[in-house]
Design a protein around this ligand. Sequence first.
Ligand code: ADE
Length: 220
Amino acid sequence: MFPDYFEGPLDVSIVRRAVEDGLLEVDLIDLRDHGLGKHRQLDDTPFGGGPGMVMMIEPLASALEPLSSTTRILFTPAGIPMTQATLDRWAGLPEITFVCGRYEGVDQRIVDHFIDEEVSLGDYVLAGGEVAAAAAIEGVSRLIPGVVGNPESTDRESFRGGLLEEPVYTRPAEYQGWSVPDVLLSGDHARIEEWRREQRFRRTKERRPDLMSNGEDSDT
Ligand code: ADE
């Protein structure tokens, strides 16, 4: 319903570069073009009563029918949470359609007949799925081979090893009396690696104990 929303996210950094380099193509569909009647209606009141509006079948069916060869994802707070594993899987797909739900939801028959996965950005309610779609596009883009310069930077980072990343530092070694941990300046690569490992475990245990059972060899 709001294709203009994507002008910003598609026009910066990694996503922009991926598109410019021909590694990614993004087509925006304006649902309004599929709206009903002279007002191009997209939503209606819910059967059974209650607050808000529900996105109608016809406009979504008309937009989604030609995209049946793609994997169709609906963003909704009622979906399965999006994780790095979700993005890894999507990055391997040739074509994905992200459907941005609005209002109180989408007529369930659309979900039943046109949607492959219902996915949530997290346990909070947004006004619609646009932010989730922008996050997904950015997260998937950087996994496309050739988009991010250093392939190591996509596998060493948070969640790849099932743990959060360690803290990082750069010059100057001291700023207003705040110094960098000595070990990082020691040149002893074995000790540095050990320190980083420890930091990853400590952070994860403190902030995300739910990830700890995965261990370091998990693929999530
Ligand atoms: N639409 C509204 N809230 C959302 C969420 N948390 N994730 C995905 N889509 C949404």
